[in-house]
Design a binder for this molecule. Structure first.
Ligand SMILES: Cc1ncc(COP(=O)(O)O)c(C=O)c1O
Length: 407
């Protein structure tokens, strides 16, 4: 049988990665640097062509060394980090990162104190808010620390149709009419500065519309995306007009799954990207994205329960979000192998059904891909940085640096 070009490519990739990990203790996580760099260049090029800078979503990377690499590859286009916790923001500032946008609100006093301490130490940072309680907590800490904190208003970009809500459940501010008085409210606190807005369109950026795990939903998802776009654009445009008059400096929107589209909105000052760099498997299933798989985890094959199956040691790295088959890791290499529906990704062992003709010995690695880009880093202390068929370096993850910011 003549192998197709793709099959030959995947067979070569398996061999290449297997050689790279020869002698490495498994389980191990790796970043295929050529693919990572290619994804970064592609996403940065899209933003650059539209005259936008890209803020890196650290939740989708969770390794300072990789984040640094992205800022270097971005060379002026990659600017600033979108962080997810006050403690993480402080951790990154201590490692030399700056221009930090904490995109998820907090009402905790200790977080507000951490952020104010960073400002005292010269950090350029802002935090997203959408409620009076958050304002009160931040304002009190900022007043006590004698600093002024930059705050961004998050406005909900969800689509509401036929009594249904499509999009993230985050901000209660749903319209320009909600956001403007809230921005005026911020201006009343001498220790806070209204700095701009963040409008993340999760129902577009975060929804895979070519998902092989839920084919019947792809059509409706495309319709939701199509209906959402003009509404999101209009709300962001109208918002910009109002908020600019109130001193807006920063207007953030977009994510990997919508970057090519959001970058074209003239009123946004920047777009965000994270998951696309490592391209976890959920990012294979977007009609209008073409990114290369760049992150894998390798498990050793330890048993052979039948001639057509092997069992790997480890593997149960299931992703967050709406529970479903697409949250499981996928078997990436050797090509065509798959999980067993009745076992899925196991707690300490994972059976894999071999594709026709796949020969694999006990002790060989099988390469999996996680559904989500950042979460893989919570399971490993480092990424092996693979160039070609060798490990060129190592990038410690937050976990490897002794940190876990989400408990
Ligand atoms: C506020 C915000 N912006 C952007 C993104 C997009 O991140 P990514 O590119 O990793 O999908 C997210 C993801 O959830 C987000 O919460």
């Amino acid at each position: 049988m003549v192998a197709s070009r793709a099959e030959a490519g995947n067979a070569q990739r398996y061999e290449r990665l297997r050689r790279a990990l020869d002698g490495v203790a498994l389980p191990a996580a790796l970043v295929d640097l050529d693919a990572f760099d290619e994804n970064a260049r592609a996403l940065f090029a899209v933003a650059k062509a539209a005259g936008k800078t890209v803020r890196i979503a650290t939740k989708s990377v969770r390794s300072p060394a990789l984040t640094k690499r992205l800022l270097e590859l971005g060379d002026g286009v990659a600017r600033g980090l979108m962080t997810y916790a006050a403690t993480e923001t402080a951790f990154l500032f201590a490692r030399g990162f700056n221009d930090l946008l904490l995109a998820y609100p907090t009402v905790q006093k200790s977080d507000a104190e951490i952020l104010c301490g960073l400002v005292q130490n010269g950090a350029t940072l802002s935090i997203v808010v959408d409620g009076k309680e958050q304002l009160a907590s931040l304002a009190a800490a900022a007043a006590k620390a004698s600093v002024r904190l930059n705050v961004l208003v998050e406005v909900d970009m969800s689509l509401r149709l036929l009594g249904q809500h499509f999009g993230a459940r985050r901000s209660p501010l749903r319209s320009v009419a909600d956001a403007v008085p809230f921005a005026d409210e911020i201006a009343k606190f001498p220790s806070l500065r209204f700095y701009g807005a963040m409008c993340y369109e999760g129902q577009i950026a975060g929804v895979a519309d070519k998902n092989p795990f839920a084919r019947s939903l792809n059509g409706p998802k495309r319709i939701i995306k199509k209906l959402s776009r003009p509404r999101v654009e209009k709300t962001r445009r109208d918002l910009a007009a109002e908020l600019k008059a109130r001193g807006m400096v920063l207007f953030n929107g977009g994510g990997t799954g919508s970057l090519h589209w959001a970058a074209k909105e003239p009123w946004l000052t920047e777009v965000t990207a994270g998951s696309g760099f490592l391209c976890s498997h959920l990012f294979d299933y977007y009609r209008d994205l073409a990114l290369a798989p760049a992150a894998y985890f390798a498990l050793q094959v330890v048993r052979r329960p039948s001639p057509t199956m092997v069992t790997c040691h480890g593997g149960g790295l299931v992703a967050s979000g709406q529970a479903g088959a697409d949250r499981l890791p996928v078997v990436a290499l050797p090509e065509g192998c798959r999980l067993l529906p009745l076992e899925g990704a196991g707690e300490v062992q994972t059976p894999v059904v071999l594709s026709n003709g796949t020969e694999i010995a006990l002790g060989d690695p099988i390469f999996f891909r996680h559904a989500k880009a950042g979460e893989l880093a919570e399971h490993f202390s480092e990424y092996l940085l693979v160039r070609g068929d060798r490990v060129e370096g190592r990038a410690p993850t937050y976990r490897g640096l002794g940190e876990c910011f989400l408990g």
